[in-house]
Design a protein around this ligand. Sequence first.
Ligand SMILES: Cc1cc2nc3c(=O)[nH]c(=O)nc-3n(C[C@H](O)[C@H](O)[C@H](O)COP(=O)(O)OP(=O)(O)OC[C@H]3O[C@@H](n4cnc5c(N)ncnc54)[C@H](O)[C@@H]3O)c2cc1C
Length: 473
Amino acid sequence: MTADFRALTPDDIAALRAIVGETAILYGDADRLAPYRSDESGHGHGANPDVVLKPCSTDQVSRIAAYCNRHRIPMTPRGAGSGLAGGAIPLYGGVVLSFERMSSILEIDVENMVAVVEPGVITNDLCQRVGEDGLFYAGYPMSVQSSSIGGNVACNAGGAKVIKYGATAAHVLGLEVVLASGEVLQLGGKRRKDSSGYSLLRLMVGSEGTLGLITKITLRLIPQPGPSADLLVPFRSTEDAVAAFPKAIMAAPDMPAAVEFIDRLSMCHAMAYMGTTIPLADNADAFLIIQVEAKDADALFDVYRPVGEACLEAGALEVYVADTLWASERIWGLRRNCLEALRVIDPTVEGGDFVVPSTAIPAMMTFIRALADEHGVEIPCAGHVADGNIHPHPLKPEDRSDDEWNGQRHELLSRIAMKAVEYGGAVSGEHGVGFLKNDILAQSKGDELRAMKAIKDALDPHGILNPGKLFSN
Ligand SMILES: Cc1cc2nc3c(=O)[nH]c(=O)nc-3n(C[C@H](O)[C@H](O)[C@H](O)COP(=O)(O)OP(=O)(O)OC[C@H]3O[C@@H](n4cnc5c(N)ncnc54)[C@H](O)[C@@H]3O)c2cc1C
């Protein structure tokens, strides 16, 4: 791989303009290019891209890739820019390839229960549309309203419902992918299984735009689940909460759809942000949100009752049940707004995304709290506890300068991630590596990284696809 790219010339701009057309190119206008230099990671790293291209077809994407490959021009694919690992940030300038105009739902095939979509579809739009046919797309993240399907596939996004339905990879049946050379591959399709050789389909999911440009996606759908209820369960300690949730899962007649964790600090900040309070907030150190589903409203009570009872037997301080949309929204609003609430206190807040076997979470929380005390910082944590995936968010103390804090925060997040690896975990559970975690990816993967690099070199020999991401070059 090489970071030895050629600067764009007026001839390049003319050639790229000829591919996408006058209205689908942003060039020379710093204000309009600026939104494409950052994402939701809160980082303003990187310069403006030289040019933003908004192709509307696979053919255009293929011609752009072939041109950039020939002329050693770096390309950064971009979905909706909601990423938290800096994946869509153009570290080397060059071309940002934005999929915002490739946003059509091409087909809902009810009989095969699949959807075929372009990558720029906002995930929630797909969820709404398939709901009209009584179907459900279960792979969505918490950022369902602000992320695109292409970005979800590129990061193998998770979310609250992974425990029951799986992460994005579990729902991807087919991909159309443009390689760096411009060659177009059709991987998988509407078929539900495939044992025919290496799964390049699976390789592309989670590759963060470093192996190919995803131009079409075939997704598995399932019938709409029945009505749901949400249980908000406060515990005196994280240990109690983490010990309780496997018992709650075992007690449930069906796998709960979600088991989320919020620690006391995150809950306090989320309540302040939402202008609300919840009972027992002062006595509890940890909270679970457990969502259960039933086939109809009459069956719902029989599904959540044993779950609630199991939590109480395991030491829950109380169990609050929300079985109306309004009450559920109030509970989920607290969880969904954890990050926004922290941004009020520290606008540059950045989070980790470690994943461990869920039994290691109490030890991880003990480690995080000791680290916070050692450095005199707050590190609120929330996440998808049933998946063992927690997001720690160190908050900048007032007495630290920006420079001092940038280094310290990175060190804190790195130490937490590497501790997770010691416990049999990994540095990212769902947000991906981008460039913010590529140093700890290298530390944690050892020999596996060499195999990953060999794949990258084979598919993108000039390293033009999303350079600086996953590998630090
Ligand atoms: C409030 C909030 C909550 C969030 N909750 C979750 C959550 O629950 N679970 C979770 O997993 N994530 C979550 N995220 C992170 C983020 O929403 C996901 O990573 C999402 O999948 C990114 O999608 P995007 O379309 O915004 O992609 P972008 O940020 O635009 O890009 C992300 C990566 O995908 C690549 N990419 C995008 N499109 C393509 C394409 N067509 N072909 C090839 N590569 C492509 C980019 O190069 C980049 O590396 C959250 C973010 C926020 C701000």
